[in-house]
Ligand binder design. Structure first.
Ligand SMILES: [Zn+2]
Length: 328
């Protein structure tokens, strides 16, 4: 039978991406009057497609290459961007440099202050700087790896073509005004919010952490509900220390290292942390995060740092880059 996941926990991944995600879109297409109630679900499921894309790029969900390729293309449509882009920006870059110089997604590029303005605009800074490794990866694939290059182009066509087709179907079903309305709230807006939210997750997982430390390099969110909703993407320290571990094992991996982690980096609920950081800390500053350790711009070897993004290679496999370490 095709599409049998390698790990049984991924039946839930399939239920989320192949049933609920398209199901809530279809319901809004069938009943535009339900859009105000159902768009929230589509926003959540688009975010779920993003965290699932992250898991899938580290550890492909299915046994066969074509199944994994099909799955990547499918979730790209709802996530709103071709998910191969995670490989150059996240797997091969962020995992190696972990918020230190060389990482395209550093949280401290213009300021190390942590407030709602910096967090909410981080998407634009991060997206701008991620364009460099993405372009480099595509041009290296074009030169040295034609089959990878073809898959990348195909994914761009399917992702944006899929969104365009969804718009055409909405227009055909409901005419211009209602068609645009239905597409926007069922497909377009959820994808935009998903991209923005995934970058905010990355920001919150690293801002004010200590990348030079053995275990304090990431902020984890360890609550059960948070991790149920985001397929264990809350266990970020454990994920960085074992990027090839299946997402379903990350609670156990986190339990092994939790005693060695600064307790402020083991937050329970993501929603409570956001409220505390972006609302309460405005009135009670001591509730906000503080830089732990010497700061990512200040390596223990005392070398001068550059904010340029490190080069990436267009490799097919080996997408679990080792953490780069500076001898203390
Ligand atoms: Zn990762």
């Amino acid at each position: 039978m095709p599409f049998r996941p390698k790990i049984a926990a991924d039946y839930r991944t399939m239920l989320w991406t192949m049933v609920f995600t398209p199901g809530f879109v279809a319901a809004q297409y069938a009943r535009p009057d339900w859009v105000p109630y159902l768009t929230w679900f589509s926003i959540y499921f688009a975010i779920a497609c993003g965290v699932i894309a992250h898991n899938h790029n580290h550890r492909p969900t299915f046994a066969k290459k074509w199944e994994n390729g099909f799955f990547s293309n499918w979730i790209s449509i709802f996530y709103g961007y071709p998910v191969f882009a995670w490989v150059p920006t996240h797997n091969l870059n962020h995992h190696k440099y972990v918020n230190t110089p060389g990482d395209a997604t550093i949280t401290w590029r213009f300021t190390n202050s942590h407030n709602a303005f910096v967090a909410f605009t981080y998407f634009f800074v991060s997206a701008y700087y991620q364009a460099t490794p993405i372009k480099q990866y595509i041009s290296k694939a074009k030169q040295t790896n034609p089959s990878l290059y073809r898959r990348i182009i195909r994914q761009y066509v399917i992702c944006f073509g899929g969104q365009a087709l969804a718009l055409v179907i909405a227009l055909a079903l409901h005419g211009f005004k209602t068609g645009v309305y239905v597409w926007f709230f069922a497909m377009g807006l959820p994808a935009m919010i998903s991209l923005w939210t995934l970058m905010l997750f990355n920001y919150d997982q690293h801002v004010h952490t200590d990348p030079w430390s053995e275990h304090d390099h990431s902020r984890s969110f360890v609550g059960k509900l948070t991790n149920f909703l985001v397929f264990n993407n809350g266990y970020h320290a454990a994920h960085h220390e074992k990027p090839s571990a299946h997402w379903s094992t990350l609670a156990e991996e986190n339990a092994k290292i939790a005693p060695f982690i600064n307790p402020v980096l083991q937050q329970k609920s993501l929603a409570w942390y956001w409220f505390k950081q972006y609302v309460l800390a405005l009135f009670i500053p001591s509730l906000g995060t503080k830089q732990i350790g010497r700061g990512p711009w200040n390596p223990p070897d005392g070398k001068k740092v550059s904010l340029d993004t490190a080069d990436v290679e267009a490799e097919e496999s080996g997408t679990n880059a080792e953490r780069f370490r500076v001898p203390a």
